[in-house]
Structure formats: structure tokens, C-alpha cells
Design a protein around this ligand. Structure first.
Ligand code: TYM
Length: 348
């Protein structure tokens, strides 16, 4: 907070983050994003949480599924404790300023910056990159627009979004430089806690992801208790027990699967990895996994149940999104108008 104030004097502290409705939500999304979004509400900072449907269509989405998943992510926001009275919750496409600012930022950002993004490289790996959508290439510039449209000072995300946030800073700095202004803040990424990168349950070197072909690699927020327990029991591990001293924690660096399960436990329980090692010093996975499964079920089941409850009233979800969009638009509109003026566009 203090460093933020120093980095962006004159800007009201404001948090923005988003999740793509491009598939189901995983434990990675929950621990790396959702859970932390909810916690941020208690810090007395304005919080804006978006369902980024315009990002989702950079890869083709079935329209019915897109609508369903947009509501499902909204339900997950609500079920995780994000309170529409304290936070703004909306879907991106309802605030046209995102697209408008993205265009202006497309003209500030350089094509080479986009080609360097590892997410773009990963998503086009083994495919003909020239045949991917233009939107997929420009994706990070839309993300910068999401953030800068609200003069956001802090963005809570998982580790995988770090490069996009660095790019957002570069785009803001170049805009400020090109137009000789100090208009956009240089946004601070908030990548915190023990679960900034939850890994696949099958391969500890790969990120847990909604797009992994193996369902056993991830825990979905829609999984029932038995499925969660089974996936954790079957998670890949090495044959060694957990370290029996804190010094052994360092050794987990070379045991990615073991480290991942310890980190997941720590994040679900809201404690440090050290505390987990203290509690389970020298334990075999035969002992640790059932305890982790119990913890995961205890923490996730209420969320899954609440999500299902919210999903039974899609009209109420749509109402929350609409109301959030109006509030978001009220913040965005003057910032967009001022941006256009800086660029030299005539307004009404
Ligand atoms: P998305 O939809 O892929 O993921 C949403 C959030 O979940 C985090 N996350 C993870 N955290 C820990 N471990 C994992 N295995 C894991 N998988 C996903 C992501 O880091 C993210 O915080 N480009 C973004 C969406 C976006 C956005 C924004 C975010 C669009 N505009 C503006 C912040 C601000 C994305 O694709 O996230």
C-alpha cells in the first residue's frame, strides 16, 4: 500500500481484476484469484471484478456456453464472498469503454510486444499462428485497457498474468510519454500468497488449467466431494515422505508435485507452507492426501453449493451484472473522455 501510494501519487487506490468465461473454474482460479478478490474487500479499497467475455471470444466460444459460463463465473464471484454491495461485479462487454480504450492502446502498443507474450506463444504452439484471431494477438492490449480504464492502481492475479501486467505498465508509460502527460497510473501487480501458481495434479511442472485435456489434472469448482477426494488421492507424487524439518522445505524445490500439494493445503487453510510442514513433519502421502482431501472438500463444497444456488436464478445474476456495469461505466466514462481529449479527438 505504502509503495503504491509512492508509485502513483495522486491516484485513488483502486483494485481491478478479471476472469475469462472460457470454461469452468479450477482450484487454481479459486486460490490464485477468487479467494484473494474477496479478501481485498476488507482492505478499504474500491474493488472492481469483471467477467471478461470479450477476452473469451479471442478463441471461438459457443454463444450459449459463453452466456452460461459468464453467469457461472458471476455465481463463483458471489459464492466466494464477493459482495455486490461492496464490489462492482460486471461483464466486460456491457461497458463499451473497454473496446474503445483498447483501440487507442492498440495504437500505442507495438506488434513486437504482442508476439513476445508467452501466453500467445503457448496458445499458438504447434498451430499456425497466422491463423489465430487478430484478437488473440491483441489480447494483452485489451487487458491493459480493462485496467487503465479505471485508473487501477493494483491488480490481484496469479503468477501466469505477470507478463501481461508488465506490458500494461509499458503501455501506460508509453502513452504518458507519447502525449507528454502523467495520466495513466503505473499499475502494481499483486501476486501474493502460497498459491500464486497452482500446478496440475498429474504433472507438477504444468499449471493447473481449465484447458488441460485431462480432467484428473485439475479440481473444478463444480466437482462434487467424491470427485475432489478421488482426484487428490490419485494426484501424482514421489515416493518420499514430507520433510521432517523446516530445512527440508527447501528440498521441496526439486519435488514439484509434493510442493504443489503442500502449497494447496497452505492456501486452503490460510497458513504458510512452513506451518503445514510443521504439522505434517515426515508424514507419508498416504496420511497427508486424505487430510488434504478433507480440507479441500470442507472449503470448496460450500462454494459449489452456493454457486449452484445462484445459478438457479439467472435473472438475478443478470441484474447484478447490469447494475455493476452501470456503476463501472460511471467511473470509466470520464476517464475515457479525458483520454480521447488527450489524443486529440473531438467530443460532444
Ligand atoms: P484467467 O481467466 O486465465 O484466470 C483468472 C485468474 O486466475 C488465475 N489463475 C491461477 N492462479 C494460480 N494458479 C493457477 N493454476 C491459475 N490459473 C489461473 C490467473 O492468474 C487470473 O488471475 N488475462 C486474464 C483475464 C483478464 C484480467 C484482466 C486479469 C483480462 N483482463 C485485467 C486482471 C486484470 C486471464 O486470462 O485470466
Amino acid at each position: 500500500m505504502a509503495s503504491q501510494a509512492a508509485a502513483n501519487p495522486g491516484f485513488t487506490p483502486r483494485i481491478f481484476s478479471g476472469i475469462q468465461p472460457s470454461g469452468g473454474m479450477t482450484l487454481g482460479n479459486y486460490l490464485g484469484a477468487l479467494k484473494r478478490f474477496a479478501e481485498k474487500q476488507d482492505e478499504g479499497i474500491e474493488t472492481i471484478y469483471c467477467v471478461v467475455d470479450m477476452h473469451a471470444i479471442t478463441v471461438w466460444q459457443d454463444p450459449e456456453k459463453l452466456r452460461h459460463q459468464t453467469r457461472e463465473i458471476t455465481a463463483a464471484y458471489l459464492a466466494s464472498g464477493i459482495d455486490p454491495a461492496r464490489s462492482i461485479i460486471f461483464n466486460q462487454s456491457q461497458v463499451s469503454g473497454h473496446a474503445e480504450l483498447a483501440w487507442i492502446l492498440n495504437c500505442v502498443a507495438r506488434i513486437g510486444w504482442m508476439y513476445r507474450m508467452t501466453q500467445f506463444k503457448d496458445k499458438t504452439a504447434g498451430k499456425n499462428a497466422e491463423n489465430s484471431s487478430l484478437g488473440l494477438l491483441a489480447y494483452p492490449s485489451l487487458m491493459a485497457a480493462d485496467i487503465l480504464l479505471y485508473h487501477t492502481t493494483q491488480v490481484p492475479v496469479g503468477e501466469d498474468q505477470k507478463q501481461h501486467l508488465e506490458l500494461t505498465r509499458d503501455i501506460a508509460a508509453k502513452f504518458n510519454h507519447d502525449y507528454g502527460v502523467d495520466f495513466f497510473p503505473i499499475t502494481e501487480p499483486l501476486i501474493e500468497g502460497s498459491a500464486t501458481r497452482v500446478m496440475s495434479l498429474r504433472d507438477g511442472t504444468k499449471k493447473m488449467s481449465k484447458s488441460d485435456p485431462s480432467d484428473a489434472s485439475r479440481i473444478n469448482l463444480t466437482d462434487d466431494a467424491d470427485t475432489i477426494a478421488k482426484k487428490i488421492r490419485k494426484a501424482t507424487t514421489d515416493p518420499n515422505p514430507l520433510p521432517d524439518t523446516l530445512d527440508g522445505l527447501d528440498g521441496l524445490k526439486d519435488r514439484p508435485e509434493a510442493r504443489n500439494l503442500v502449497n494447496i493445503y497452505a492456501a486452503l487453510e490460510g497458513v504458510s507452507a512452513e506451518t503445514v510442514i510443521r504439522e505434517f513433519a515426515g508424514a507419508q502421502f498416504g496420511t497427508f492426501k486424505p487430510r488434504l482431501a478433507d480440507l479441500a472438500v470442507a472449503k470448496l463444497s460450500p462454494i459449489t453449493e452456493a454457486m449452484n444456488r445462484y445459478m438457479q436464478d439467472p435473472a438475478e445474476i443478470d441484474r447484478i451484472l447490469g447494475e455493476g456495469a452501470a456503476r463501472a461505466d460511471a467511473i470509466a466514462s470520464p476517464i475515457l473522455a479525458k483520454t480521447k481529449e488527450i489524443v486529440g479527438m473531438i467530443g460532444r
